[in-house]
Every structure is written in C-alpha cells, then in structure tokens.
Design a protein around this ligand. Structure first.
Ligand code: CUA
Length: 155
C-alpha cells in the first residue's frame, strides 16, 4: 500500500506527540506525585455524616487568616448552601459525596472538581473581587441536577 510522504509525516508527528504527552503524564505522576484533585484522601461514603470534619460541614478560619470550607455534596444540594468570606480570602475547598458522582465548580475561578463517593476532593482559590459566586454541580447526577447549587459571597 502506498502512503503519501506528507501523510506518513503527519502520522509520525501524531504518534510522537502522543508519546510525548504520555511521558509527561507518567513523569508528573511518578516524579512530582501529581494526582487528580479528587484523589486526596479516602472516606467511607456510608459514614460521611459521622466523619469529622464532614459531620460539621462549613467554613473554618485558620490561624494564618486563610479558610477551609468543608462541603457535603449530595442529591441535590450542597451543605453549606452559602458561605460568606471577606474580600481577598484564600479558601481551600474540601468536598465529598455520600451518594453519586457530583461536580463542584465555581465559574470564573479555578475551582472545578469531580466529587466521587469515597474520596475527598480539594481545590484552593483566593477571592480578590467582591461579589456573589455561584457554586454549581456540573456532573449530571439525576433528576434534580439542575437545582444543585450554592453560593459563595465575597464582601
Ligand atoms: Cu449533583 Cu449534578
């Protein structure tokens, strides 16, 4: 079978790029110990409501002035449904699910996680501008998926 010279060159570039990307992912995983944001820590999904700190989800201020926010994501709501933080606050979000896979996305920020039962997902963002940010579930999780949202108010 005759393959045109340019066609062969194009296929070679494709295969080489694939090998480069796979090598980059492998190196990041093995050398820098990078993991997806949903794989930080495990939790028993049947005992989320009894497992600290998810037994008291909400906002906690740390001694260095930053915040931690613990969320329980379940069909079809987030707990807490609203948090209020001062402008400039650095917040680390932790989220887990006792039922199905949910999304945890705050548009216009870098926070966009998959929340998988049995795992704790985490992401950090510094809220420089005041306003009310919407926290939405962006993984289809059932009949009430479109109602699953919460608010992050920055004053
Ligand atoms: Cu939870 Cu969609």
């Amino acid at each position: 079978m005759h393959v045109h010279r340019l066609e062969r060159l194009w296929m070679t570039i494709g295969v080489v790029m694939l090998a480069v990307f796979l090598a980059a992912i492998t190196a990041a995983a093995l050398i820098d110990h990078m993991v997806p944001p949903s794989h930080v820590q495990t939790i028993d999904p049947t005992r989320v409501a009894q497992t600290p700190p998810f037994d008291h989800p909400g906002l906690h201020k740390l001694p260095d002035g930053s915040y931690e926010a613990y969320y329980n994501a379940r069909i079809f709501s987030f707990t807490p449904s609203k948090i209020t933080i001062p402008r400039g606050a650095k917040v680390t979000f932790y989220a887990t699910s006792p039922d199905v896979v949910h999304g945890f996305s705050i548009p216009l920020t870098g926070v966009n996680m998959m929340v998988v039962p049995g795992w704790v997902s985490t992401a950090t963002h510094t809220f420089k501008d005041p306003g009310t940010f919407l926290l939405v579930c962006n993984e289809y999780c059932g009949a009430g998926h479109q109602r699953m949202a919460a608010q992050v108010e920055v004053k």
